[in-house]
Design a protein around this ligand. Structure first.
Ligand code: FAD
Length: 487
């Protein structure tokens, strides 16, 4: 049987390995780190466990699909629950909103908190569903780059012209037309950050995202987010996939425009198919360094998504008013995004996201304590003075949380770890520490992402958050599906 080599054990690399193993390939995965998962990993400190990267699970059916495909019962490997309250929102003016999963209840809650008519929310979510129903099959579930799709190019173009997909104004502009209340506009603008974009620039087509969260739901895995990685690695191993850790690949061997294998730590590994799950920028710059003529400059030069600054804090107290997901909004969203995107800095009053997995998985923190994952959106790494920015952000975050919660949070921190754009870059080889590959700030971003296969090298394929269709767990899993189907 044929041999497939996969570079990187990120979620898309693992999913591709599973799909190819099911098709009968002999699969070997080479991972630079000593553990699988890439961004989807975990850290432990002083009796606290933290999911290091993703904290919000949407579309878990794409995970289940992998178990089913292998003839297994998903629930034997991976269990999760649906959240009734998706997220708690705290505004600087004292407003609090509970985002209930149930649409009616959610619309009523927005009305209670802000006075915005519930009907506006219902109408908005219906338009979000329309965008999904039109774009899903064209943009997400298949390759945009294959001949068949080009034959359908006219279809794609006509879809772009449909008023429902709202491609010609920004998310913020659209949200301002839907809602009278500024707090509600801010609420829906935030969804731009789900793929590291800017609501003041990104096309209103991205207003599809609330539909994913509200219609399909938000979930939490019983074993924490890292159990996604663990359960999929277990399945892959059962299917015979071999994982090699601490195995940083140095080169993709290309001879006569055919991918022949890889070079890893001085060793040549021969294969029929090479799939790179590493960031597309580093795939070209590092692994295909000798083949400059293959580099797709236009794709590689695209604007990168934003990055994140995360404080993992062990907190010696429990907060009943907090839930699994909590947002503390900035008072001036426009200024915040302008700092991230135009000035490449951090705003003094950032929107703070606090994720507490111990709310649903109590063994993630000692008794009477909570594990706080405290994140703000920050620009990608362009050589800023991060030490200064991080120290400033830490003070501002503590001030904000302490004010809203009425308690000096700095006195409750039992332990601390930090992840910033530089360490995201080194830990997961993500160019500039961007979390979602390229940004979706342009209307045509969906067409500019790198394809799932090389047009110039036979047997060379790509999956993961920096290529088509995009970043985030569900889309990474779709990229694996498209890649495996192309192969
Ligand atoms: P990555 O996770 O990028 O992994 C790539 C792997 O390749 C790494 O393990 C790396 O070590 C390995 N590698 C790189 N170079 C080499 C080499 N030369 N040789 C061998 N191996 C190599 N998504 C959501 O759905 N929900 C969220 O709530 C969410 N929040 C996030 C929060 C943070 C802080 C971050 C960082 C990301 C978040 N995401 C979220 C995005 C999500 O984590 C990513 O889109 C997804 O995990 C990326 O998976 P990937 O398959 O592209 O691979």
């Amino acid at each position: 049987s044929k041999k497939a080599i996969i570079i990187g054990a990120g979620i898309a690399g693992i999913a591709t390995a599973i799909r190819l193993a099911v098709k009968g390939y002999v699969v070997e995965v080479f991972e630079a780190n000593s553990y699988p998962g890439g961004k989807l990993s975990e850290i432990e400190q002083n009796g606290y466990r933290f999911d290091a990267g993703p904290s919000l699970l949407t579309m878990p059916q794409y995970i289940d699909e992998l178990f089913t495909l292998a003839g297994k019962n998903p629930a034997d490997y991976f269990q999760y629950q649906k959240l009734n309250t998706v997220c708690n929102y705290f505004y600087e003016d004292g407003t609090r909103i509970k985002a209930y999963a149930d649409t009616q209840q959610f619309a009523q809650e927005i009305n209670r908190a802000t006075g915005e008519p519930a009907a506006n929310v219902i109408k908005y979510l219906a338009s979000s569903a329309d965008i999904y129903n039109i774009t899903n099959h064209v943009f997400l579930e298949r390759s945009l780059h294959r001949l068949q799709t080009f034959l359908r190019w006219d279809t794609v173009r006509s879809i772009f012209k449909l008023p429902q997909i709202d491609a010609f104004r920004t998310m913020h502009k659209a949200n301002e037309t839907y809602f009278k209340d500024k707090r509600v506009v801010q609420f829906f603008d935030r969804y731009a950050t789900y793929n590291g974009s800017n609501p003041y620039e990104a096309p209103a087509t991205l207003n599809v995202i609330p539909h994913l969260e509200h219609h399909f739901g938000a979930y939490f895995p019983d074993g924490g987010m890292y159990s996604i990685t663990q359960s999929l690695v277990k399945l892959a191993e059962e299917l015979g996939v071999k994982f090699r850790y601490n195995a940083k690949v140095d080169e993709i061997v290309v001879i006569n425009k055919i991918a022949k294998g890889i070079r890893v730590q001085g060793e040549n590994i021969v294969g029929d198919i090479v799939v790179s799950n590493m960031d597309i920028w580093f795939t070209y710059k590092n692994l295909l360094q000798k083949h400059q003529q293959l580099h797709p400059q236009k794709t590689l030069n695209q604007q990168r998504s934003s990055s994140a600054l995360i404080f993992y804090w062990g907190i010696k107290k429990t907060f009943p008013e907090l839930d699994l997901h909590n947002i503390f909004f900035s008072a001036d969203y426009k200024a915040e995004f302008s700092h991230i995107w135009q000035q490449q800095q951090i705003y003094h009053d950032p929107t703070v996201y606090v994720n507490i997995s111990s709310k649903l998985k109590p063994d993630d923190a000692p008794d009477g304590s909570e594990n706080w994952f405290v994140m703000i959106n920050v620009p990608a790494n362009n050589g800023q003075d991060w030490e200064r920015l991080i120290a400033g952000a830490r003070q501002n975050i503590l001030r904000k949380l302490s004010k809203v919660l009425g308690e000096d949070i700095s006195l409750l921190i039992a332990c601390e770890s930090i992840l910033d754009p530089r360490s995201i870059e080194t830990k997961t080889s993500s160019y500039k520490g961007s979390i979602y590959g390229t940004s979706s700030n342009s209307q045509f971003a969906a067409f500019l992402r790198h394809a799932n296969q090389s047009s110039k090298v036979k047997g060379l394929h790509f999956c993961g958050g920096s290529v088509h269709p995009s970043g985030g767990i569900p889309l990474c899993l779709l990229s694996a599906k498209i890649t495996a189907e192309i192969i």
